[in-house]
Write a new protein. Structure first.
Lengths: 161, 599
């Protein structure tokens, strides 16, 4: 593991070990362990996947297979703010694509990527279930509804401060 | 005990929470405490009222005043005027909630939005505090489980569900009782009961609202199902994108355990049942039953070939039933009120009610629950309040990526499972997205195929390769590169994917294309042969033009144009250089004389 932040990483490692010990006897425990590991680390570093594989005595390829199957698992670190643009049907028919286009322009990165300064990750996501407010985006846990493209720059500016 | 004289029910569903209802609740609690009213007026955070468009909403009882778009700064007036002085704050009421005399408040069941609704699955949403098991029990909660365990045999339970005619609300419409009967007939020392809360259809959020508003109904129903088939363990597989639903479900499970309603020896009858929540991780295919079970087992969520069906060999290789959240929410009431009561609602082949999530181009976006057999016109115009901006209705999309688009000519269809399939759509989980004249149906088909291609698990070739080929053709068409023969190619591909794909996702993936081809073939033809998008949505096919007779030469458009492609002298008609035009539409939006058109 990385040495620049050893104490912090040791804490994380202890937390991960606790999760594994708590869940290892549950049937079908792999996904819950991976989900909690991602909560701890923010993504799934290769070392973490290797460690889980060793502890559960399964091939790491199985873990990689699960990690790449589901959209929720990240193999790369994410930005401080994760912007999720809902591309569900209700949002789409109300112009979510235009909002996404504008975000790509303002942030200078395509959907699925993180800005070079590591502040924003832009994601196009499936329905967030807030169809009454379409079109909707989320910035971490904050929801912005009934958006038009011209509001985008203002929202981003708020988080840049 | 405090004597409560008024209840303020504030919606804590996702829609209203996004509209900041949490701050409204905090403000109510703060102001009531300041006035010393906190022991006579109770603030309850409930589940979804359904009218998300008007959020945040709150209802004050006993008067039943429906306040809409409540902002934190409005709370002081409601407290001061209504709760202290007893005067209703009329200007904050929901616009449809007053009688014609503009003096008396309508009871909720007379408000247009609710008048034609019948709330069965949603009966407790907006009525009880979902985080308090005692409120659920006060509304006959767990009475059905008590009745089942003390008075009925497992066969009685299954017969009641069979007699009720309840069909799977997740979309397929398979008779629920039959599923239970098969699972009971399988001999095994271990069986499982699962709940599908992986609500992946874009535009559907009824399962989320039920879990957020009435989680105990689902827990109770799963315990009933477990008793019927002989299972002792349950799993709810819920989308991780639904944090409020997950949290309330976990609270509910914990409370049920504390009250002895989950665990060992329930009601002292020797019946054991417990359950856990498993989180999805963002894969649409996991809504398919065998894929969902693989995912609970911790594997990639790829479907398995059937047979064997889950009722024989399901989760961890054991007999399993899987029902959808809304299906379960109906079960306790069927047990308490009887199969005959349930059959009084709905049509001959589709008993009961169905919850729809109304979204898209409609005035009253939100959740509605109507008896089966209600017409589409009633849902869209009487309940949904019609299309905003005086635009024309073009289509209602039901069934998500597995469904289809229903055209205006079918507005009077009575909604039930069989009728929707007959016109090329399907019930699906209940998303209903309304589209108006500005939506391009070819682009909508492309949108759904894009979704399917992205979500296809890749296990079988027809879905993995076939849907990709269909998407490529559709992308060409919307970019103005469609060719003669494309429509026929789409039809051939669609038929072979339908008949050969492994699971429901692939088998239904071509439906959005087939149904739009059936009703809007002329739009496809316009794109391909005339290189024109009739809805004016496909950018590559648009041209903006200035009508020289209407243009006054005010120069506003030229100043708006980001590409600088509009030229002309002051007070003389302007011209757009179409080669440089970005087709952003800014000029058309700003023109005060309606001189700019696109086509």
């Amino acid at each position: 593991m990385c040495c620049c932040n050893c104490n912090n990483n040791m804490d994380k490692h202890t937390a991960l070990q606790q999760v594994i010990d708590e869940l290892r006897n549950e049937p079908g425990c792999l996904m819950p362990i991976m989900q909690r590991a991602q909560d701890i680390y923010g993504y799934l570093p290769e070392e973490v996947m290797n460690h889980i594989a060793k502890e559960l005595d399964i091939p790491v390829s199985d873990i990689y297979g699960v990690a790449t199957f589901y959209a929720q698992f990240n193999l790369e670190p994410k930005g401080k703010y994760i912007i999720s643009v809902c591309l569900g049907t209700a949002c789409y028919v109300k112009g979510a694509q235009l909002v996404l286009d504008e975000l790509e322009k303002v942030l200078g990165v395509p959907a699925g990527k993180t800005t070079p300064d590591g502040v924003f990750t832009l994601n196009a996501t499936r329905c967030l279930g807030a169809c009454g407010l379409a079109p909707v985006i989320m910035v971490n846990d904050d929801v912005y509804g009934r958006l038009t493209p011209d509001q985008v720059a203002g929202i981003i500016a708020k988080y840049r401060e | 005990m405090d004597l409560i004289r008024s209840h303020v029910m504030v919606c804590g569903g996702t829609g209203c929470t996004s509209s900041n209802s949490a701050a409204v609740i905090a403000e109510f609690e703060k102001l009531l405490a300041e006035k010393g009213l906190d022991r006579e007026v109770k603030v309850v955070r409930t589940g979804c009222f359904g009218l998300c468009e008007a959020g945040p909403v709150c209802i004050v009882y006993p008067e039943g005043c429906f306040y809409a778009h409540v902002k934190t700064e409005d709370v002081a007036r409601i407290v001061e005027e209504h709760l202290v002085k007893g005067r209703i704050v009329k200007d904050l009421l929901y616009k449809g909630a007053m009688e014609e005399d503009k003096q008396t408040v309508k009871s909720l069941d007379k408000v247009d939005f609710y008048k034609k609704q019948k709330r069965v699955a949603l009966r407790n949403c907006g009525v009880i505090d979902p985080e308090n098991i005692e409120e659920y029990i006060a509304f006959d909660g767990y009475a059905a489980l008590g009745k089942v365990l003390t008075e009925m045999s497992p066969d009685d339970v299954i017969q009641t569900i069979l007699d009720s005619g309840l069909r799977g609300r997740g979309g397929g419409g398979f008779p629920t009782g039959l599923k239970w009967k098969f699972a009971k007939a399988s001999v095994s020392e271990k069986k499982y009961v699962c709940c599908n809360a992986d609500e992946g259809d874009p535009g559907a959020f009824m399962d989320r609202s039920i879990l957020e508003g009435d989680p105990h109904a689902v827990i109770e129903a799963m315990a009933i199902a477990a008793y019927a088939i002989g299972a002792d363990q349950g799993y709810v597989y819920c989308r991780a994108e639904y944090p409020i639903a997950v949290k309330r479900l976990q609270i509910a499970i914990k409370q049920a355990r504390e009250y002895g309603l989950l665990g060992k020896n329930i009601f002292g009858t020797g019946f054991n049942f417990d359950m856990d929540v498993r989180l999805g991780a963002g894969a649409f295919v996991c809504g398919e039953e065998t894929a969902l079970m693989n995912s609970i087992e911790g594997m990639r969520g790829e479907p398995r070939p059937r047979p064997p069906f889950p009722a024989v060999k399901g989760l961890f290789g054991k007999p399993t039933i899987l029902n959808n959240v809304e299906t379960y929410a109906n079960v306790p009431q069927i047990i308490v009120k009887g199969a005959d009561w349930f059959k009084t609602m709905g049509t001959a082949k589709s008993a009961g009610t169905k919850v729809f999530a109304l979204g898209g181009k409609i005035n009253n976006t939100g959740l509605v629950e109507v008896p089966m057999g209600t017409t589409l016109r009633e849902v869209i115009y009487d309940i949904g309040g019609g299309i905003p901006g005086g635009k024309a209705f073009k289509a209602a999309q039901t069934g998500g990526p597995s469904g289809g688009c229903i055209p205006a000519s079918e507005l009077d269809i009575e909604i039930d499972y069989d009728n929707l399939v007959a016109i090329g759509s399907m019930m699906g989980s209940g998303g209903m997205i309304v589209m108006d004249e500005d939506n391009c149906m070819v682009d909508i088909a492309r949108f759904f195929l894009d979704f399917t291609v992205d979500e296809s698990c890749g296990k079988c070739a027809p879905c993995r390769i076939g849907t990709k080929r269909m998407l490529e053709i559709l992308e060409r068409i919307v970019e103005g590169k469609g060719e003669d023969g494309d429509i026929e190619k789409l039809e051939t591909l669609a038929e072979s994917i339908k008949t050969t794909a492994l699971c429901g996702l692939g088998q239904t993936a071509p439906n959005p294309v087939l149904s739009t081809l059936k009703y809007y073939r002329h739009e496809y033809e316009a794109h391909i042969y005339e290189k024109r998008c009739p809805a004016g949505q496909c950018k590559a096919l648009l041209t903006y033009k200035i009508d020289p007779d209407k243009c006054k030469g005010c120069t506003l458009c030229a100043r708006q144009c980001p590409a600088g492609c509009i030229s002309g002298k002051v007070r003389e008609p302007h011209v757009i250089d179409t080669a440089k035009c970005l087709k952003c539409g800014a000029c058309m939006e700003k023109c005060k004389f309606g001189a700019i058109s696109r086509g």
